[in-house]
Design a protein around this ligand. Structure first.
Ligand code: GDP
Ligand code: MG
Length: 160
């Protein structure tokens, strides 16, 4: 992605972050949630969930013509995932930076994929690639009643 996309916008946005089945099986749930929580973003929704095939296909529909698509769908449905909705100023681009490059061998040390994974097909976490997709994906994975509006006490200490 080009540099302008990496500059965190000042807009309050939402990002759909998902710990993929390998992250859950490897016991990385706490480690991954910790990184978003300590950054200062707000958690609005959280669940452990066995993803059905049709939802995985809808979520990744833009990749449906790729040769790896069948493998991707079987990976994402191979065990439970942890679905999260995170809100914050510039959260979409910031989460992508925290997550690191798609190929974990190219992801910088200090990023989730750079620290915790080695292969694109086992890259432990998903993050929305635009504010529009953040909204779309949160609506796809969560029911309205699974999302909570609240104000963390830390908010004025995170956002001036
Ligand atoms: P992301 O936004 O960084 O997750 O990357 P993409 O949107 O390009 O791809 C979505 C997901 O598809 C990636 O996170 C990988 O899990 C998977 N994926 C992408 N490219 C490949 C590939 O070449 N091989 C395999 N096996 N999986 C891939
Ligand atoms: Mg993507």
């Amino acid at each position: 992605i080009s540099l302008p996309n990496l500059v965190a916008s000042m807009e309050v946005e939402e990002s759909y972050i998902m710990i993929k089945p390998d992250g859950v099986q490897r016991g990385l749930v706490g480690e991954i949630i910790y990184r978003f929580e300590k950054k200062g973003f707000k958690l609005k929704g959280l669940k452990l969930f066995q993803c059905p095939k049709d939802l995985a296909e809808e979520h990744y529909k833009d990749l449906s013509s790729k040769p790896f698509f069948p493998k991707l769908i079987s990976y994402i449905t191979s065990g439970p995932v942890v679905c999260m909705a995170w809100e914050g100023v510039g959260v979409v681009a910031s989460a992508r930076k925290l997550i690191g490059a798609t190929n974990p061998l190219q992801a910088e040390p200090g990023t989730i994929r750079g620290d915790l994974a080695v292969q694109t097909g086992r890259n432990v976490v998903h993050g929305s690639d635009s504010p529009e997709n953040g909204k779309r994906e949160i609506a796809l994975w969560f029911k309205d009643e699974e999302l909570t509006e609240w104000t963390p006490v830390q908010t004025p200490w995170v956002i001036e």
